[in-house]
Design a protein around this ligand. Structure first.
Ligand SMILES: [Zn+2]
Length: 404
């Protein structure tokens, strides 16, 4: 395992500036490419799983967080309120209150449920500067969040489907979970008091975990203030665990926001709210990907997918033309010409790039590509169109295989 802070800087993924403030990283172009690919993957996976995406503002009035319970149970982790025209505004500590209000803004019939609302949105946490570093402890977080509003009967199935979405994403990203954790309240924590609701949601999450066949451990003191959760834990190089993805079944927020739907009986019923994050925060996901892969991202995520290496000045025009064809196909390619050193030096420099295309006199003359893979394999020269098509297919399938 590697240190994502060092890699992030070396690979031009992200950086920080004391004038912006610690815990507030910015994303350089190569980092933005990785982030876009990740976000597009998530949005598409969610779309296929029946989620609809929304946008909501990153601020809300203090009263909103008094209703949600954040102000009473979570304000130590929130930025102080901003006074504006006699009102107080807060940088949001989570997206749930906004989504609850959006659900409440329209009447809902049982026929619309489960209603799956997703947003890749900003949230904020007042981490002290002493504990900040890299992308793992940040003050501004981009969360891959969603809330499923459903009936009690649908809750276990929806939570199980969310868990399955997480497992598929981990497959595409090459992430191996350290363990699954059922996070329960502990003594002395700031939890909302509603013992029967805690018992119901804990029982449902246990049912989901037991049915999934995944090994898991229960841990006290790790629940959200409003309910228990399934946490998918990942470990860094030093074996330190952190939570990347979560699935929560929540009876509390629907009560607080007085959410309802009209049932088949024509009466009002309370929906259940499932909170889930597939890749967690974009920051933590990229930190973990950097450490897990040492910068050698799966090809579909790599900032540069194909490095084109003309053997001499003579092949530069063909190399540039090949790069232009890659761009047309939606592939990310770069040309490293002889001005950047010997062929051997350029191959070494591009060691994290999944594919390298060496263009010599023969390749240039016959429109061939002699492909080298990051893992050291060399493929026989083949028509450029065939090679580019194959790379595009593998990337489009979010494969972690370089070649097959
Ligand atoms: Zn939530």
């Amino acid at each position: 395992m590697h240190d994502h802070r060092r890699l992030g800087r070396e690979l031009n993924i992200f950086d920080t500036d004391p004038l912006i403030g610690s815990g507030l990283p910015y994303w350089l172009p190569d980092g933005a490419v990785v982030r876009h690919a990740l976000e597009e993957y998530v949005r598409e996976a969610e779309r296929r799983a029946g989620y609809r995406h929304v946008y909501s503002p990153v601020l809300g009035k203090r009263e909103l967080y008094e209703i949600s319970g954040h102000w009473a149970h979570y304000s130590d982790d929130m930025f102080p309120p901003m006074d504006l025209g006699g009102e107080q505004f807060l940088l949001r500590p989570s997206l749930c209150p906004h989504h609850a209000l959006m659900y409440r803004s329209r009447p809902h019939s049982y026929r619309e449920l489960p209603l799956r609302m997703a947003e890749l949105g900003g949230m904020y946490r007042s981490e002290l500067s002493g504990v900040l570093g890299g992308l793992t402890r940040v003050r501004a977080i981009q969360l891959n969040d969603a809330h499923v509003f459903c009936t009690l009967e649908q809750a276990a199935g929806e939570a199980a489907a969310a868990l399955e979405l997480i497992r598929r994403a981990y497959g595409a990203l090459g992430i191996v979970p350290a363990r699954y954790r059922l996070s329960l309240p502990g003594p002395g924590g700031k939890y909302v008091a509603a013992p029967e609701l805690w018992e119901r949601s804990t029982a449902l999450l246990r049912e989901v975990l037991d049915a999934s066949g995944l090994p898991y451990e229960a841990a006290e003191g790790e629940a959200a203030f409003y309910g228990p959760k399934i946490d998918v834990q990942v470990a860094d190089g030093a074996g330190r665990e952190s939570t990347l993805s979560t699935v929560q079944i929540d009876f509390h927020q629907p009560e607080r926001f007085d959410l309802h739907y009209i049932g088949a009986d024509g009466a009002k019923h309370r929906p259940v709210m499932i909170h889930r994050a597939v890749i967690g925060s974009v920051e933590r996901a990229v930190a973990h990907l950097l450490e897990q892969h040492g910068g050698a991202f799966p090809a579909w995520l790599a900032p540069v997918q194909l490095m084109i290496l003309p053997v001499s000045e003579a092949e530069l025009p063909q190399a540039d033309a090949l790069a232009a064809r890659c761009v047309e196909r939606g592939l990310r390619a770069e040309v490293a010409g002889p001005e950047r050193g010997s062929l051997g030096a350029r191959v070494r420099e591009a060691r994290l790039v999944p594919y390298q295309a060496v263009v010599g006199a023969r390749e240039a003359a016959d429109d061939l590509v002699a492909l080298r893979l990051r893992d050291g394999r060399r493929l026989p020269a083949a028509p450029a169109e065939e090679i580019l098509g194959r790379i595009g297919e593998l990337a489009g399938a979010h494969s972690t295989e370089l070649w097959s």
